[in-house]
Design a protein around this ligand. Structure first.
Ligand code: C2E
Ligand code: MG
Ligand code: MG
Length: 696
């Protein structure tokens, strides 16, 4: 073998040296081969090269065969070798043919080299690269699927990354942006395209980014676009000096928020400002009026006869009517004035005025407009309106706040209604006193109930057939520390308005049953029941409980109701009354004849007693008509099996007249005024004793 030829390979990295003969059998292997090939060199010598467990990579085998066939050299062909230890190895092999001195082919010689380590590193790199590619693919997918637009800028304000959503949001073509573009250039482009709301300039947009980047935390910047959309932009600085901007279309959210805000401040039916909004607007208008030295009128409006329309034509017509009213009111005011709906059939108007005459003229005009007939769903409806006015005029000092003015207008409205509806009233300070008094009274009433300042007095009901007391009417009294004994005519209406009538009525009922339980024989007790009590759920239960607690027989209790009970909530009330009557409790109609359809109500419920109002007695001695009415009612009662009682008999002639008309029972000062419980009991005891004496 010629050494110089082997030297040819010295520039090739080699781990071992090999030689084959012309038939391809190993004739020489350097000792290092043993380490790499995993077999003793002695074992390999003479073995055919092709018997080796090796496999060329890719086109390696082809090159190798071609080289051998042409007796050419080959270089750096990689093959995988199955090392006997089981781990695959990558070897590179280079070789060149050798010729004998006579030029005959003598075999190949070359070097082998273990490249396993390089291969592993390369594979790891390939793998890492694949992973990175996958990660980038995911990143791109995420970027493209974001609901937000996104841009990433480097420390030099150069665009690095953006997504399609951003392009879409700002209506940019896909090629409008390039990596490395400055933020300034992008803004210039957007402004030139007219994407931002009018008035936004390159400077103002850039300024927005700057301030938002220097702000403490990420705070969204609202960008209004020319087409009405609103984009929330956040800029977040990054550690390396660049920043990420996100863009979110919040148009819908903002619209919803605006709608919610609107709903909270407007009435759903008429879309007029509500009470809350009116207060806020009122504060503003008052401030403006004060500054301008102008006047402002606050008008509280309340529809008259709205409830009957609503009840008889149904709520759809009622709603339509309220909408029509709001439209008419709106048509009557100027742009700066305000119409609000306070609830139900109550409205309010803020109107700029010069003086009181101005304000009353407005009120008159509004009443006129609302009072004209309405055509709704084929029905004609007519309503009226009452108005209360409060004024804030500059000469009056203009100290009134809106809260105060609304209260004053409301008091004036109360007076307008009391004056007979369809009219207006201007607030006067004395109205304030009336209201203050009512408020004080209400507080005292509450307290009186708590500390027990009420008393029940009793007035006898006398049977005319034997002039004996058959029952007593319970009449409540308020023993006021300063005012003395207060009449129920004063406090019952207030108790009804405030709902205190429910606990008060319950207390009276119990007290009356307790007192009556101690009376002799079957003397009954009549207790007045307010419509409000009756309407209150659980009233029947209250009655049953009072009877049970005091041991009074149901037949000894009479409940006096007025016809107003049958006017509203009729069905439920009738049910309660029937239930009570079923228990044996008797039901009387009180103040008969003061309403307008008392007689028709007699057909709706089997009353046990009719109490003819004392106004008929007052006149009956003088007027033959009054007498005739008593006669008619008594006759009607007799034929229906109803006892008739005449209230308010004060004189003998009245008694004689009532007797002549055939009434069964009477009640009045002639026999006895209402008396405290002890006196009433004494009266009954005396009568009992007298009867016993006569019987004896
Ligand atoms: P009412 O139920 O019609 O009671 C009869 C009223 O007429 C009583 O007035 C009584 O004092 C008065 N009166 C009786 N005889 C005569 C008379 O000969 N001449 C005149 N001028 N008046 C007479 P009072 O006690 O002031 O009660 C007024 C009204 O207050 C009662 O009218 C009744 O509607 C109501 N009321 C009284 N107590 C209660 C109660 O406990 N609950 C409820 N809901 N209402 C009550
Ligand atoms: Mg009564
Ligand atoms: Mg009465």
């Amino acid at each position: 073998m010629n050494h110089t030829q082997i030297e040819d390979f010295t520039h090739i990295a080699s781990d071992w040296i090999w030689e084959t003969d012309e038939a391809g059998r190993f004739t020489r292997l350097s000792p290092e081969a043993e380490t790499f090939l995993g077999r003793p060199v002695a074992e390999l010598l003479g073995v055919d090269r092709s018997a080796f467990a090796w496999e060329f990579e890719a086109g390696g085998l082809h090159l190798y065969r071609a080289a051998l066939a042409a007796r050419r050299a080959f270089r750096d062909l990689t093959y995988i070798y199955s090392h006997p230890d089981g781990a695959p190895r990558w070897f590179e092999i280079s070789g060149r043919p050798c010729f004998s001195a006579d030029g005959a082919f003598a075999g190949y010689r070359g070097v082998g080299c273990d490249v396993s380590e390089q291969r592993r590193t390369r594979d790891a790199l390939v793998e890492a690269h694949a992973e990175l590619t996958e990660q980038n693919r995911r990143f791109d997918a995420a970027l493209e699927n974001m609901s937000q637009g996104l841009c990433l800028f480097d420390a030099r304000h150069r665009l690095q990354v953006w997504n399609r959503r951003y392009l879409d949001m700002f209506g940019l073509e896909p090629d409008a942006l390039q990596v490395g573009m400055s933020q300034q250039a992008i803004i210039e482009q957007l402004v030139a395209l007219g994407r931002y709301r009018a008035g936004m300039t390159v400077d103002s947009v850039s300024e927005g980014t700057r301030t938002s980047l220097t702000a403490d935390g990420p705070k969204a910047l609202m960008r209004e676009l020319a087409d009405g959309r609103v984009i929330a932009v956040t800029h977040r600085a990054m550690p390396g000096g660049g920043w990420v901007s996100t863009f979110e279309d919040v148009t819908e959210r903002r619209r919803n928020e605006a709608r919610i805000v609107h709903m909270a401040r407007h009435d759903g039916l008429t879309d007029l400002p509500n009470r809350t909004a009116l207060r806020e607007i009122g504060i503003e208008r008052l401030g403006q009026a004060r500054e301008a030295g102008a006047g402002l009128a606050v008008l509280c409006l309340d529809l008259d006869r709205f409830k009957p329309v609503n009840d008889s034509f149904g709520h759809a017509v009622g709603d339509g009517l309220l909408k029509a009213v709001s439209a008419r009111l709106r048509a009557q005011v100027r742009g700066r004035d305000v119409v609000a709906r306070l609830g139900g059939d109550e409205f309010a108007v803020l109107y700029a005025v010069a003086d009181a005459d101005d304000a009353t003229a407005v009120a008159e005009r509004l009443i006129g407009a609302v009072s004209a007939p309405y055509r709704l769903d084929g029905v004609t409806a007519e309503i009226g309106m009452s108005v209360g006015i409060a004024l804030a005029l500059p000469e009056a000092g203009g100290t009134g706040d809106i809260e105060r003015l609304l209260k004053e207008a409301d008091m004036a409205l109360y007076e307008a209604k009391a004056a007979g509806r369809g009219t207006f009233r201007l607030f006067e300070p004395k109205m304030d006193e009336t209201v203050r008094e009512r408020i004080a009274l209400e507080r005292e009433l509450r307290e009186a109930l708590q500390v027990g300042r009420f008393e029940v007095h009793y007035q006898p009901l006398v049977d005319l057939s034997d002039d004996r007391i058959t029952g007593m009417e319970a009449l409540v009294r308020w023993r006021h520390p300063e005012r003395g004994l207060v009449s129920p005519a004063v406090f019952i209406p207030l108790a009804e308005e405030t709902g205190l009538i429910v606990p008060l009525g319950e207390w009276v009922l119990r007290q009356a049953c307790r007192d009556a339980a101690g009376w002799p024989g079957d003397t009954s007790v009549a207790v007045n029941v307010s419509p409000l009590q009756l309407r209150h759920r659980g009233f029947a239960q209250t009655v049953v409980a009072a009877l049970a607690a005091t041991g009074l027989a149901a037949a000894r209790l009479e409940l006096e109701i007025t016809e107003s009970v049958l006017l509203d909530d009729t069905e439920a009330n009738l049910e309660t009354l029937h239930g009570l009557r079923g228990l044996g409790v008797r039901i009387s109609m009180d103040d008969f004849g003061t309403g307008y359809s008392s007689i028709s109500y007699l057909r709706r419920f089997p009353f046990d007693k009719i109490k003819i109002d004392r106004s008929f007695v007052r006149d009956c001695a003088a007027s033959p008509d009054a007498g005739a009415i008593i006669r008619a009612i008594v006759g009607l009662g007799a034929s229906l099996g109803i006892t008739t009682l005449v209230e308010g008999v004060e004189t003998e002639p009245q008694l004689a007249a009532v007797r002549a008309e055939g009434a069964r029972e009477v009640q009045g000062f002639l026999f006895s005024p209402p008396r405290p419980a002890a006196e009433a009991a004494a009266l009954l005891a005396a009568q009992d004793e007298q009867a016993a004496t006569i019987a004896a």
